[in-house]
Design a protein around this ligand. Structure first.
Ligand SMILES: Nc1ncnc2c1ncn2[C@@H]1O[C@H](COP(=O)(O)OP(=O)(O)OP(=O)(O)O)[C@@H](O)[C@H]1O
Length: 261
């Protein structure tokens, strides 16, 4: 990820220059509250970038904008050379197809089997043939360690298993970008490691670009090429995990890490 110079957001970043995801002067208010102001950053293809920072600093809003669940008030958002905002509905849908997200709550369809949860969007949205979708789903179930649960209903699975299905479901669309929003926050502590191991594996073995919000700092340290520290809707510090976690420069970063590590 690169943060670019604006009066509000100027820390130097170490990543390269392709810019698969690009936010330019993005501002967002909710009512009277400014959540993001003139935010500029880019994430290069294949990089894994983690957003950290205090509650309410705007991290989830960034992911929700990329999912088109929120709209910026000002600025532009581009993904893989296509404009997500501002754009007409048809163009936005095309760009949006390249982005997958895993939420804190798994949001699986309760009345569908695990397999059907994964095949539904590729068939309906991408027009993939059912046989091909099933083959893809079975490969992904293998990847997330649930090859033997294809016929189960979500309610028959643990929270950790449901989240692994949600990861498989997101990957079934073959997205260029995977967004992870606090994906282990709703899990019992003993189930967290299994989900994080699957994500580590995906980060290592695929070329997917990841943008991640997490309070799991060890996980962030393991998978991130770059960490962005947010405060009050601005990037106040950016760098490698080694730099951010071991030698933070900004007082607010030190305070935040002191509270969570
Ligand atoms: N739909 C909404 N309507 C009104 N306010 C909102 C809405 N979504 C977010 N906010 C507010 O915007 C601010 C930023 O929220 P956001 O969820 O992006 O922060 P965050 O950094 O992800 O926090 P957390 O770590 O707690 O998830 C918060 O003050 C939040 O209350």
């Amino acid at each position: 990820m690169r943060t670019e110079s604006t009066p509000e957001s100027s820390p130097e970043s170490t990543a390269g220059t392709t810019g698969l995801i690009r936010f330019t002067n993005v501002s967002k208010r909710f009512g009277g509250t400014t959540v993001l102001e003139n935010l500029c950053f880019s994430v290069d293809a294949g990089k894994h970038v983690t957003l950290i920072g205090p509650s309410g600093s705007g991290k989830t809003t960034i992911l929700r904008m990329l999912m088109t669940l929120e709209k910026p008030d000002r600025g532009t958002i581009d993904v893989n050379g296509g404009r997500l905002f501002p754009a007409d509905e048809k163009q936005r849908r095309e760009v949006r197809k390249q982005i997958g997200m895993v939420f804190q709550q798994f949001n699986l369809f309760p009345n569908m089997s695990v397999l059907r949860n994964i095949t539904e969007a590729p068939v309906k949205v991408l027009g993939l043939g059912r046989d091909e979708a099933v083959e893809r789903a079975r490969d992904l179930l293998d990847l997330v360690g649930l090859a033997d649960r294809a016929d189960a209903r979500p309610s028959q699975l643990s929270g950790g298993q449901q989240q692994r299905v949600a990861i498989a479901r997101a990957l079934a669309m073959r997205p260029k970008v995977l967004l992870l929003d606090e994906v282990t926050s709703a899990l019992d502590p003993e189930l967290v490691a299994g989900v994080l191991d699957v994500l580590r594996d995906i980060a290592r073995s695929t070329d997917i670009t990841m943008l991640c919000v997490t309070h799991e700092m060890n996980f962030a340290r393991d998978i991130s090429d770059e960490v962005l520290m947010f405060d009050s809707g601005r990037v106040i510090e950016a760098g490698s995990p080694g730099k951010i976690f071991s030698e933070p420069e900004h007082e607010r970063t030190r305070e935040f890490l002191g509270a969570v590590l």
